[in-house]
Design a binder for this molecule. Structure first.
Ligand code: PLP
Length: 400
């Protein structure tokens, strides 16, 4: 009879040499060492060994290397969500008395984090106009340690002068951190834009890298060894590890990411262009369209000579001011393929009506934006013709 002990310490070892297309899922909190000496000498900070599940497994190390390669970085740390990536950067770099600068069109929870958490540690923040290099330059003071950048901004999609902002931060000696979720490492190389690079990027791997609308994960990437070591230590102290099953799910989706990104971009751009001809709509906010604030900055970063350039499959429209929020809500409710829900980058198209007054509290509305109710679309992998029929039918229901 096999005892429990024998089952746990069973002598069978499967043959070596197994290889398959997908990276195996190594599950571990405990990592087993062959000896005490090995336990004492194993290093995780430079990824030459394994010590504890929280500090990485072959599965998470592999995903980190692949994300770093996609983004043109040298180092990557995985965290449990995109928002956790933003928090990790803040917590590893800022101390009491420092100030962080955040663009007014940033992913909303970034500002909520500064207000709700950083302020309690006497870390102040200021909000800058992403379309005014002068405004940012004037807000950088000796207290400024970190500048957040987003290209384009969430919801209103203004594309900032990314190269100009990055250069300004370097000249002033402040750390630049880009939320690179939109570009995903595919639309432009944040670490080398005409010879200029940001210090850090974060991504919500939740979006395109996961691609399924089913996993939450984030990353922090850099080319700077010193910054990476800071971030690694804070990461360890905060206990920001990720589960191997989730890492494996993202690894499985990565090989199709560039193809999905391009296909979704093509559909989204067609739909955005078609919507700009609709009489109910005042403005279409998609960085690849000239109607979108910062379009030329998008071209500068994302378009190589003779090419179309790349853009994520996310855009917003502003309805003409005569249409009420109730009508716009009715339009969203009438959509069949565009589901009502947050996030993007997955197979299912999504729609969210946003109230500009609540997502930009304390910052006057950009004069570059039309008046009226705003709706954001995230285009999935459905057929363009079906999505267009859905939009057209719902426009008729709500506005005719
Ligand atoms: C979704 C998103 C995040 C946050 O990612 P989560 O994984 O949902 O926490 C951060 N920044 C941007 C630009 C995003 O779109």
């Amino acid at each position: 009879m096999v005892t429990t002990t024998k089952l746990i310490h069973h002598p069978y070892k499967p043959p070596e040499g197994f290889e398959a297309p997908q990276v195996p899922t190594y599950q571990a909190s405990t990592v087993i060492f062959p000896s005490v000496a090995s336990m004492r000498s194993t290093q995780w900070k430079n990824k030459t060994g394994y010590t504890y599940g929280l500090h990485g497994t072959p599965t998470t190390f592999t995903l980190e290397e692949r994300i770093a390669s996609i983004e043109g970085a040298l180092y990557c740390q995985l965290v449990p969500s995109g928002l956790a990536a933003i928090a990790l950067v803040n917590l590893s770099l800022l101390k009491s008395g420092d100030e962080v600068l955040i663009p007014s069109n940033v992913y909303g929870p970034n500002i909520a984090l500064a207000k709700g958490e950083l302020e309690r540690y006497n870390i102040t923040h200021q909000v800058y106009d992403p379309l005014s290099l002068g405004d940012l330059a004037q807000k950088i003071t000796p207290l400024t340690r970190l500048v957040w950048i987003e290209a384009p901004g969430s919801v209103t999609m203004e594309f900032p002068d990314l190269i100009g902002i990055t250069k300004l931060c370097a000249d002033k000696g402040v750390i630049s951190a880009l939320d690179n979720t939109w570009g995903a490492g595919l639309a432009f190389n944040a670490f080398n834009m005409k010879g200029v690079g940001v210090d850090l990027t974060v991504q919500a791997l939740t979006k395109y890298p996961s691609g399924g609308g089913d996993v939450l994960m984030g990353s922090v990437c850099t080319r700077n060894t010193e910054l990476d070591q800071h971030i690694k230590l804070t990461h360890m102290r905060l206990g920001y590890g990720v589960g191997s099953d989730d890492a494996q799910t993202v690894l499985r989706s990565l090989p199709t990411m560039a193809l999905r990104y391009k296909a979704q971009d093509r559909t989204a751009r067609q739909l955005a262009r078609a919507l700009s001809n609709e009489s109910a709509i005042a403005q279409v906010l998609h960085p690849a369209l000239v109607s979108s604030p910062g379009h030329l900055h998008w071209s500068e970063c994302c378009v190589q000579a003779g090419e179309q350039g790349l853009a994520a499959s996310i855009f917003s429209v502003i309805f003409k001011p005569e249409y009420t929020q109730a009508q716009v809500d009715k339009f969203c409710d009438a959509l069949k393929y565009f589901k009502i829900g947050y996030s993007w980058g997955g197979p299912v198209s999504l729609v969210v009506p946003y109230d500009l007054n609540t997502i930009r509290p304390g910052f006057e509305k950009q004069s570059t934006l039309a008046q009226g109710c705003l709706v954001r679309f995230c285009v999935g992998l459905e057929d363009e013709a079906d999505l267009w029929d859905d939009l057209k039918r719902s426009l008729q229901i709500a506005f005719d």
